[in-house]
Structures are given as C-alpha cells and as structure tokens.
Design a protein around this ligand. Structure first.
Ligand code: OFO
Length: 172
C-alpha cells in the first residue's frame, strides 16, 4: 500500500503529465496554423508521449492499491511569437517537470518506498533525454534565426518523428 504522501505526489504527477500533453497539443496547433507541419507533428507526438506517461503513473498508483486523485488541468498558453519561442517554452517546461520528478524520487526515498523510487527512476532518465532533445532543437532554431529555408529544413526533420508507446511491452 502506498503512503499518502507518495500517492499524493504521484497523483499530482498524473495531472502534470496530462497538462504537458495539453500544452504540447496547443503548441502543435500553433505550429500547424503557422505552417510548420513538421514541428506540429513533433509536438503532437510529444503530447501522445505525455499521455502515455500520465497513464503509466496512474497504473502504478492502481497497481499499488491507491485511488488516484484527479486534479484540474489548467488551460495552456496557445499563442506564441515564433517556433523558436515554442521550443524555448518546451525546454523550460521539461526543466520544470524534471524538478517534479526529482521531488517524487526524494519523497519515495524519504518514505522508504523503494518500489516507487525504482519506478520513478525511469522518469529521471527520461527527463535527461527530454531536456537534451528540446535543447538540441532550440539550438538549431536559434542558429538558423530568420533563415526561412533552413527553418523549413529543421521542420522537415521534425516531421519524421513517429510515436512509439514507451511502455508497449509492459502494458500489453
Ligand atoms: Fe512526461 O516527459 Fe515531458 O514532460
């Protein structure tokens, strides 16, 4: 049985993951309307990943006999100045999420909940990757600046991203 503090932190993370999905959907819609179909695709896949994260954490709560609490998902920003600004915000958002995940790891350790600590370590590693990817895209977008041709070449690259369920093997 999960301790209340751990269950609360995990429930809040479910909400945070679904907020992430909602935020990336809003960014994807902006990119689509701005004509950056590749970025729109990348952000849409990102939203799908976040929903998979939220569901995965929810399953951990249920698997450990806890009833999740469902928090309110706030409305995300949906207007941006540029694609570069979108990726600035993606990176900043992922850095915030890293802080939330680290907090869960600390709570789990403090409560002696090694199963949750072990579970959340997947997310600790995932966040390193999430930040690195966002940072790489942002660097490229910064380098090309206003050069439309180069911006569209980055966009084409972002268009190749395909969603693969990170938990397909464990949730099947
Ligand atoms: Fe759930 O990984 Fe991004 O936020």
């Amino acid at each position: 049985m999960l301790k209340k503090t751990v269950a609360k932190a995990l429930s809040e993370q479910v909400t945070a993951e679904y907020y992430s999905a909602y935020l990336y959907l809003a960014m994807s819609a902006y990119a689509d309307r701005a004509g950056f179909k590749g970025a729109a695709n990348w952000l849409y896949v990102q939203a799908q990943e976040e929903m998979a994260h939220g569901t995965h954490i929810l399953q951990h709560l249920l698997g450990r006999g806890a009833m999740p609490t469902f928090g309110e998902i706030k409305s995300p920003p949906s207007s941006f100045k540029s694609i570069r600004e979108v990726f600035e915000k993606v990176l900043a958002h992922e850095q915030t999420v890293t802080g939330l995940i680290d907090k869960i790891a600390s709570i789990a350790l403090r409560e002696g909940d090694h199963a949750t600590y072990n579970f959340i370590m997947w997310y600790v590693n995932e966040q390193v990757e999430e930040e690195a990817t966002a940072s790489e895209i942002l660097s490229k977008a910064t380098l090309v600046g206003e050069n439309t041709a180069l911006l569209y070449s980055i966009d084409a690259e972002l268009g190749t991203r395909v969603f693969t369920d990170p938990f397909a093997a464990t949730t099947a």
